[in-house]
Design a protein around this ligand. Structure first.
Ligand code: 0X9
Ligand code: CA
Ligand code: CA
Ligand code: ZN
Length: 406
């Protein structure tokens, strides 16, 4: 069945449920928290079916996704599942309906990402600590990991930020942040890693856009979603408060993919990350000295500014620009990406890089990861590229760790 038809059927089923349950169904406000129980969809295994039974299952409003040796895989709401059971069928809930599809299981969905962070802190309690930046629009915690020796203390060491997945569908970036966390802890015995971990305080945000990335995968079919999940969605990388909306590098149309939001930091996700970065100003000095904001795709190393084609402008001297170009080119030499000023790609306003540099003088880069080109499929490379394409950036990550002390 086409995905369009499957969606249409789901909508029709939801509508008939709404007729059955008018009171509950009227609670449709865009609020935080899980969806109402009537709309929870699960995937079930149903043994001993034949084509007649499977036809009946479809007629009930549930959907047969496939069948093998009489065992059907069925997508159903909680209410539909109950109805099928009352008609004598055996339904066994499948473990993880909100997961990546076959071939992409290696990617971490939200729950798996949280579990991975918990595992890292449990395995390395002296080196890693987890906290939260705050809540997303839908009420999920946005996890923050700190890595350093004496991790519980705020030591006087240059701080470095790695953030990933501002854009929902750029799932490879979440893997990048998790790989950084795993490498800096698992490989602590390596003298070069120990040197970095002992002399830096590293902050990692594996997924800024926790709602959007969940939405992108939870139906079992990729949605190609970019923005957060606030109303029609805000492009988080157009929502930052440095010359927000200044220069035609973002949209004021809520329907557009680069919608900047009604005002700067209207998105709880950008507001939470910005508030954290602001909080690292201690006695008037920003502790975070360098950063990478990971995106996909195009294999680029980008530096500020995005809002202007000029190299030198208010907030950027020639000397500062030259440093960005030098370090950015060194990173690109290490991973084979193409180095350029971010506005050479296209003009943006309200992106995180402009704010990090413009407001805080953080040496901040955007890395656009694998692949080098493609269409919508470029956001969904198979799980077996994760290891290679994250390790490819080890040297670039190390350069940014080094530069924090320069
Ligand atoms: O458009 C973006 O936000 C980034 N590219 S993506 O394909 N991942 O959406 C690039 C942001 C870097 N800034 C500029 N190009 N000005
Ligand atoms: Ca330390
Ligand atoms: Ca510190
Ligand atoms: Zn992006």
């Amino acid at each position: 069945m086409s995905s369009a038809r499957r969606r249409a059927t789901a909508v029709a089923a939801a509508a008939s449920l709404a007729l059955l349950l008018p009171v509950q169904a009227s609670v449709a406000a865009p609020q935080a928290g899980p969806a109402p129980a009537a709309e929870v969809t699960g995937v079930y295994t149903v043994p001993d079916t034949d084509s007649r039974i499977r036809t009946d299952i479809n007629a009930s409003g549930a959907q047969v996704l496939g069948a093998k040796d009489g065992v059907a895989t069925v997508e159903a709401t909680t209410a539909q599942a109950e109805e099928l059971r009352s008609n004598g069928l055996t339904l066994q809930a499948q473990a993880s309906p909100r997961d990546f599809p076959p071939g992409d299981e290696a990617y971490h969905n939200y729950d798996e990402m949280v579990a991975e962070l918990d595992k890292i802190t449990a395995d390395h309690p002296d080196l890693a600590a987890k906290s939260s930046l705050g809540k997303s629009f839908e009420g999920r915690d946005i996890p923050l990991l700190k890595i350093s020796d004496n991790v519980a203390q705020d030591e006087d060491e240059p701080e470095v930020l790695f953030d990933c997945n501002q854009h929902a569908r750029e799932h490879l970036t979440t893997e990048m942040c998790l790989q950084i966390a795993n490498r800096l802890t698992d490989e602590y015995a390596d003298p070069a890693v120990k040197e970095s971990v002992d002399n830096r305080e590293v902050w990692i945000v594996p997924s800024v856009n926790v709602d959007g990335s969940t939405y992108d995968v939870e139906s079992g079919e990729y949605q190609g979603w970019r923005k957060n999940r606030q109303d029609t969605g805000t492009d988080l990388n157009r929502n930052w408060d440095y010359l927000w909306g200044c220069c035609g590098g973002a949209s004021d149309d809520p329907q557009d993919e680069t919608y900047r939001g009604p005002q700067a930091f209207s998105a709880p996700e950008t507001a939470a990350l910005a508030e954290f970065i602001d909080s690292r100003v201690i006695d008037g000095t920003q502790q975070i000295k360098s950063a990478i904001d990971f995106h996909t795709f195009s294999e680029l190393v980008l530096w500020p500014f995005g809002h202007t084609q000029d190299d030198v402008t208010e907030g950027m001297t020639q000397q500062e620009y030259d440093r960005f170009e030098k370090v950015g080119t060194e990173m690109a030499d290490s991973n084979g990406y193409t180095p350029q000023q971010s506005s050479d790609l296209y003009t943006t306003d309200g992106d995180s890089l402009d704010w990090m540099w413009g407001k805080h003088k953080i040496l901040a880069f955007t890395l656009e990861m694998y692949p080098s080109g493609g269409g919508l499929d470029g956001f969904y490379p198979p799980g077996d590229v994760i290891e290679r394409e994250t390790a490819r950036n080890n040297a670039a990550v190390d350069i940014v760790l080094r530069e924090a002390g320069a």
